[in-house]
Design a protein around this ligand. Sequence first.
Ligand code: SF4
Ligand code: SF4
Length: 85
Amino acid sequence: MKVIHAAIVKPGTTLVNKTGGWRTFMPECNYELCNGCGICETYCPDSVIVKDGDRYAPNLDYCKGCGICANVCPKDAITMILEGK
Ligand code: SF4
Ligand code: SF4
């Protein structure tokens, strides 16, 4: 008989395990270029971009650095930079 091991975790554990620590590149926003369209928020697969006043800002505690926000931004307001630079 084949034994399958699976991990079951409690709900909400991603709030504890800050997934931003896996990142190699991080998004950097130029708010002078940003027009506040919110497209980056819509496309972020981890829903970590939040509206902060007139701005949209990634929560870097959870951003995985995929770069999708930078690719979809119509104003080229987001640049992916090496973590720690
Ligand atoms: S997609 Fe670009 S222009 Fe639109 S809110 Fe995000 S950073 Fe600003
Ligand atoms: S790099 Fe990826 S995970 Fe991070 S804010 Fe942009 S779309 Fe979201």
